[in-house]
Design a protein around this ligand. Structure first.
Ligand SMILES: [Zn+2]
Length: 201
């Protein structure tokens, strides 16, 4: 194949429906009878063997809204093995912010040389409003198309929440979970610095 496959990225805050958009793209590709495989990094330990999107019920508890089978990967060779076996036309990746840096040239090569189309979902910023690590900014740079998703602000109900708001827990950049985070708009967001900062926020 000589034509490069498009790299499309859905990015934004927690609860921004990124995984929903990703799964819808992959389901559509399957309906169109394309060969599709999906991956997720080992660091996302919430659900093994599948990409899962969630909605939150009236009690604020997460419920699964969509799911798609996925292979867990740690290094690019894990992904290459599955690609060589299945010859996918479309590859989906969820939680891409947890991929190691070496995935950036790998994904570029798979797109350029093999013509594989990628649909990727991941966080653009951490809960302090900084770019999330180095992999996600790199992927955003090589993407053909980037769609920023927005969420509903947990405080004022604006539909333009672009930040991830941490509301409880530790101050580590990477804390995998659903209940520790909300989405916030630019006006309502504050840099979480532990439980104490909530009072002033
Ligand atoms: Zn707000």
């Amino acid at each position: 194949m000589s034509q490069a496959g498009e790299i499309l990225i859905y990015t934004g805050p927690m609860r921004g429906k990124k995984s929903d958009f990703l799964i819808i793209e992959l389901e559509q590709a399957r309906i169109a009878e394309k060969r599709v495989v999906a991956f997720k990094p080992a660091k996302d330990t919430r659900t093994a063997g599948e990409i899962v999107s969630r909605r939150f019920n009236e009690q604020g508890l997460p419920e699964i809204s969509r799911r798609f089978p996925a292979t867990i990967v740690t290094v690019p060779s894990d992904m290459k093995t599955v690609i060589d076996l299945n010859h996918p036309e479309i590859v989906g990746i969820d939680e891409a912010q947890f991929l190691s840096l070496e995935f950036i040239p790998f994904i570029k090569e798979m797109s350029d040389r093999y013509g594989i189309e990628f649909v990727i979902s991941g966080l653009d910023m951490d809960y302090l409003g900084n770019p999330f690590g180095k992999t996600m900014p790199g992927l955003l740079a090589i993407a053909h198309k980037v769609i920023k998703t927005m969420a509903i602000c947990y405080r004022c109900k604006s539909r333009h929440a672009i930040f991830t708001q941490k509301i409880t827990g530790s101050t580590a950049q990477v804390e995998v979970g659903d209940t520790e985070y909300r989405a916030a708009c630019r006006n309502c967001w504050y840099p979480y610095r532990g439980e104490i900062s909530k009072a002033s926020g």
